[in-house]
Design a protein around this ligand. Structure first.
Ligand SMILES: Nc1ncnc2c1ncn2[C@@H]1O[C@H](COP(=O)(O)OP(=O)(O)O)[C@@H](O)[C@H]1O
Ligand SMILES: [Mg+2]
Length: 265
């Protein structure tokens, strides 16, 4: 497969706010991800990382601010100077451009690996079934699982299931792919195979936003690291800057907790 030129996948968040009950969990997030860029989001549990990813494909409605992908507002249209939420089928259409990979894979248990991959292209995008299968097999090859096309999720290891989930996300030819802690449900020896697939994807020109606790991976693969705490972006910069010389005390404290224990075993 040839690498796509990095001409799509611009994500723009402006003052994004989200509350649950009375608690504001996103407190005005401004973030731009350039086409083809790989951004790692770090931060303590509860800081709003998953909620932020979920707003980008409108799995969560925002309470304020705007999100656009390639200049198109996500979840809303402007009519008469006001924002109106899109209809369900328009939201689903937008969502097909935004791939999402979850911590727990979320494969359909009653479908084989290949069926999981072709389901959305065939039923949501109305693609030709034979072509979708062909493309599905190509994607399975890309994630190193061409020989497991007919296996059901329960017959696959966690690492293999996550690689199928990544192939499924790619089957819709997304503009961006969002990863929410893609390796944190895996046994340690299976983490590497999934990170290798994401690493290959990172160099293919697809825009990636990756919430991760794998600091070494973030340092190697990300163009930019964003540190979140308590619903805000505390700081962002290159991996060298964030890991080597963080400006904020909260970033330092977080990094010292997640990085140093590994060296003190
Ligand atoms: N659907 C929900 N209903 C109520 N509270 C939620 C919901 N989703 C997330 N939260 C709360 O929002 C905060 C941020 O959660 P989350 O985005 O999952 O953080 P992170 O992914 O950084 O751990 C947490 O306090 C969490 O309990
Ligand atoms: Mg989370």
């Amino acid at each position: 497969m040839t690498a796509a030129p990095a001409t799509k996948g611009l994500i723009q968040l402006r003052d994004v706010r989200k509350s649950f009950g009375g608690t504001e969990v996103l407190k005005g997030i401004d973030l731009t991800v350039e086409p083809g860029e790989v951004v790692a989001i770090l931060g303590p549990s509860g800081s709003g990382k998953s909620t932020l990813l979920r707003t980008i494909n409108h799995l969560e409605k925002v309470d304020g601010g705007t999100i656009a992908v390639d200049g198109e507002l996500v979840g809303y249209a402007v009519r008469g100077g006001r924002l109106h939420e899109l209809r369900e089928h328009e939201i689903l259409r937008q969502r097909t451009h935004i791939g999402m990979v979850f911590q727990n894979f979320n494969l359909f248990p009653h479908l084989t690996a290949l069926e999981n991959i072709v389901e959305a292209p065939v039923y949501a995008q109305k693609k030709d079934k034979a072509q979708a299968r062909e493309r599905g097999l190509e994607l399975l090859r890309r994630v190193g699982l061409e020989d497991r096309a007919d296996a059901y999720p329960r017959q696959l290891s966690g690492g293999q299931q996550q690689r199928v989930a990544i192939a499924r996300a790619l089957a819709l030819d997304p503009k961006v792919v969002l990863f929410d802690e893609p390796t944190s449900a895996l046994d340690p020896e299976l983490v590497g195979e999934v990170l290798d697939v994401i690493r290959a994807l990172a160099s293919s020109g697809t825009t990636l936003v990756i919430v991760t606790h794998e600091m070494g991976f973030a340092r190697d693969v990300a163009d930019r690291v964003v540190f979140m705490d308590e619903g805000r972006v505390v700081e962002q910069g290159t991996p060298t800057q964030i890991f080597g010389d963080p400006r904020h005390e909260r970033t330092r404290t977080f990094l010292s907790k997640v990085i140093e224990p590994a060296f003190n075993l």
